[in-house]
Every structure is written in C-alpha cells, then in structure tokens.
Design a protein around this ligand. Sequence first.
Ligand code: RAM
Length: 484
Amino acid sequence: MINERFLQKAEECKPELHHETVTVPGNGEPMKAGAEAVFDFGNHYVGYLSVDFGYEGHHPDAPLYFQIQFAEIKDELNQNPAEYHGWISKSWIQEEKIHFDEVPGICALPRRYAFRYVKIKILSVSDNYSVIINSLSADTVTSAKDDQLRYPVLPEEDRKLYEVSARTLRSCMQEVFEDGPKRDRRLWLGDLRLEAIANYETYRNYDLVKRCLYLFAGTTLEEGRLSNNLFLYPKPECDFQTMFDYTLFYINTQWDYYCAAKDLETLRELEPVCETQHRLLKEYFGKDGLLDMEKAGNVFIDWNFSLDKQASGQAVYIYAMNDLLKIQKELHKDTGELEDEIRRLSEASMKLFDEEKGLFVSGPNRQVSYMSQIWMILAGVVKDKDAREILERVEKTPDAVTMNSPYAYHHYIQALIDAGLKDKAYAKMKEYWGGMLKMGADTFWELYNPEDPGVSPYGGIIVHSFCHAWSCTPAYFLNKYFAD
Ligand code: RAM
C-alpha cells in the first residue's frame, strides 16, 4: 500500500550527497594482455571510479579489453568469483569486463562501488601498443557531514575503534541508511535501527532517520504490515518479505528518533503505523502467552540457521511493546490494555526458563543460546542480579549457540550494560570489534565469528559486505557509555 503523503514527507528529507574526489597514481608501467595491478585507495570509499589510460608504442588500433575488480578488504581479491555457487546472486560481486575504445583517455564506470582496493587485469590490447594506467580517480559520495562528526574524549587505544565505526556508518549513509554499500545497498529495518542510534551519537543527521521512517510508513504490505526492507528506484516500493522482529523494530526506531530529535509531530503521525504492527503481530501468540513460530514466520535475530528463535522472538516482541508503551504514554493514550499484555507475556516468558540450567531455552529441543538470554534481558523479563547470573552462566555453557554477526554482538554488549556489567561490556566490545581491527578492517564487517572465521550464510565470503551498517555501533557505545 502506498501512502503518497508519507512518501512526499520522505522526499522532503532527501539528503544532499557530498562529493570528494580521491585520486591514486597508476603504476606507470606498460601493460600487455595478462598483466595486472592492484591499487590501494588507503581507506574505504563509496563512489564512482574513472581510470586514466595512456599508452606506449603505436597509436592504439584496437580496443582495450580489461577486467576490473573492487574489494573492500584485500582478501576479496584472492577469491575466485567463478567458484562462488551460493544462494545469493553472483551479481553482487564487484567485477566487470570492459571494452574501452578511447585509449588514450579516461574510462568512467557508471556503477557505484564500495572499495578500498581496485585490481585491473589487461585481457587484450593489440600487438602495436601497451596500455599504461596513469591514475585512478574516485568521485566518492556520502550523505554524512564530516564536520558534524562528534569526537568524544577517548583513550588513544579506542580512537581507531571509534574512527572505523564512524567510517562504517559514513559509507552506509547515502540517500537512505543502507545496510551495506556493496550489498544489499538498500534500506533494511533491522539495520536502520542500529544505524539510527549510532547516528545520534556521531553524525546527528535526524532528517535521514525521519526520511527512512516515512519511507517504510509510505510503502507497506497488505493490512499495513511493514516489510523488512525496501527499494528506492524507480520509485519507493517495499520488498514482499517480512520478518517478525524487523517489523517490530520500527516501533523502537520511532521511539529512539523521538528521544533524539524531540519531533512530536512525526511521533503523532507515525504512532498509528506502530499500533498497526502491534495489532497484527499480537495475533501470533498462543493462549499460553508464548510465540507461535508457525504464525510468526521468519524471525531473524542472527545469521545463524541452527539458532532456535522462539525465545528471542518472544522477547523482541516485549522489547518493542515496552517502547510502544512509552510512545502511547507520551501521546496521552489509554495504555491499560498494553500494560496488561506486557505483564502477561513477560510472565509467560518464564515458562521458557529452565530452573535446572538457570537459563532460557528455546523451541521444541529446548536449545540454549546466547541470543535467548540476551533478548530476555533486553526485554526486561529478567533484570539486575538475575540477568547478571544468566549472562555469567551462559558463558560457562559450552554448547550454548554463539553469535555470528556484529548485529548479534551489539545486543550482547547492550545486554551486559543493561545488566550492570559495564566493565565486561567494554572489554567484550574491544575484544570482538578489535579482532576485526587486528585483521586490518577499515570498516566493520557484516559477519565475524572469531571461533569460526570463514562462517558464511551465503556460501562464500566473496559476497559478504565488509562495510555493514549493523556493525557500526562501537561508536554508539563509546560515546554513550564509555567516553569521558
Ligand atoms: C542481510 C542484509 C541486511 C540484514 C538482512 C537480514 O542480507 O544485508 O543487513 O538486515 O540480511
């Protein structure tokens, strides 16, 4: 369902893109078929590349045919695209084979890429000339304003962590908050929620969050249900897929936006969208007050196919309702029923608590995972000492299902903070994101499991995004909880 008025509001908040040209020298060497060279832009950028080709020998009498590959991390260049047979489209791999007729001259590529490294391989020239790469130039784009970036007082060792987090967000800030500028290059609700809170602590572009809230509200599925992501071109349209938790996060994103921007008009206008999600999704609970997974459908929580998501899904619902309650109270609505519902579902959640293990279990196989504990704490189902003991216990449970993504890890850090384990949260954050820094990250990655470095839900890391929005939250934590 399209709501033109909401889309118009989104359009009014469309950001200006800031351009900066970044140029690196070529290798200056005559190249024949088979020769290749890698160029390093020194940091992660999003933008449009031009290559200045010269030549040596006779005037070029045949087109130059070359292959170009873009990589966010160096290891991407070691992957062979032909060997990728995963379920996500190969078309996300950033490589092209191009004919260029105008040597000497500048070949401008029309597509936008996300990269630090560029590899060029000459596939064919004629016998009468060799090609020379004079320089490479990137017209880089972001809607983040560098002069707005907040610089907290941090110990030297945390500066890199902060800068790389901010850089991650900066590269994802385009016409919307993208999930990843390499892939999927679009607005996802779950990613938006984390980008928005990181943005309030860093670049502070409130209108970009407002735009995204109106885009989702302006493009809904049947009965007003929010999709999990949307497309901008040729005109805004939501994806046909939904995820239980992502739909709910719209409510939290709305509340966080209000707290940061104090924009009562938007809160008032979009509260009915939040209430619609509540009305539709509350039907997915059984009489026992537990989430019926058949009805709930897709629940995301983490990129982990072996994770049972019932307990986390249950808790995410309560977590969202806690914020819906705040929204409705702010608007002076009658919240009695909602308060009863939260109480009832929170009590029912304790049916998932295994007294013997002292941990929450999920699904028919009573699976123990980090995520089930974390979400129950974030939802406020357990608090303080109980929450602390659960987090300590899960660490001592070797078969507890662990976390694969910085997205899941973000929630772990937040749960430690909420439980009053601030020092531990700080140490864990530094250890986890610091692991990526040690591996040379310029921006933080979509997936990272130190215990299983090659883990991929897609069947190969060549399609992974190495600048992924949901990984940018150390900037949020550092600013909000750990800076002086
Ligand atoms: C990935 C997207 C996005 C995430 C979804 C669930 O494919 O890149 O970041 O929200 O999965």
